[in-house]
Design a protein around this ligand. Structure first.
Ligand code: PNS
Length: 162
């Protein structure tokens, strides 16, 4: 059975992520959304549990998908789960150099291939970090993230003071 990993920080999940996840689920028999436990980034906005809850709600319509956490090397996690592929979205040329380097390193380490999906043009400017920044300063992100995420961002940044 072909199994693909869609890895990332998902802090928070955006409509760009959902687009890639949905399309992956049409091409592979099983898809594992692999949420990294130890991102390089210094500060996470949402806890792992919050990120998982949001992902679960937004992907509930996909029967061949599950959400897992991992730490350490992605290829070790892939081997443990019998995954044969990694899927990444490419937004722009600026993504390409780093993604190519990671794909080649992961291939060398494990033999596992990375498949690139072109991001929908609707979402090619989107990133979790920009969404966090816009939401932090009160910008409207409702066209960029699923409704549950928009609500959580609103609560986090503009909820009632304790
Ligand atoms: O959403 P992000 O933060 O862009 O996701 C990056 C991620 C988690 C896919 C990448 O950092 C990763 O694969 N980390 C795991 C550590 C690893 O395997 N490093 C070697 C990559 S060649």
């Amino acid at each position: 059975m072909s199994t693909a990993l869609c890895p990332g920080s998902f802090d928070p999940v955006t409509l760009g992520h959902i687009d890639i996840i949905e399309r992956s689920s049409r091409h592979f028999e099983q898809v594992v959304v692999a949420v990294i436990r130890n991102p390089q980034k210094t500060q996470s906005l949402f806890t792992l549990e919050e990120r998982q809850e949001m992902l679960a709600e937004c992907t509930a319509h996909l029967p061949n998908l599950r959400i897992e956490f991992f730490k350490g090397l992605l290829v070790d996690f892939a081997r443990e789960h019998g995954a044969d592929a990694i899927v990444k979205g490419l937004r722009a040329v600026s993504d390409f150099d780093y993604e190519l380097q990671m794909a080649q390193m992961n291939q060398r380490l494990s033999g596992i291939d990375t498949f690139f999906l072109s991001t929908s043009p609707n979402y090619s400017f989107l990133s979790s970090s920009l969404v966090r920044e816009v939401a932090r300063y009160g910008g409207d992100v409702t066209s960029m993230v699923p409704p549950v995420v928009a609500q959580r961002l609103k609560d986090r940044f503009h909820g009632e003071a304790p």
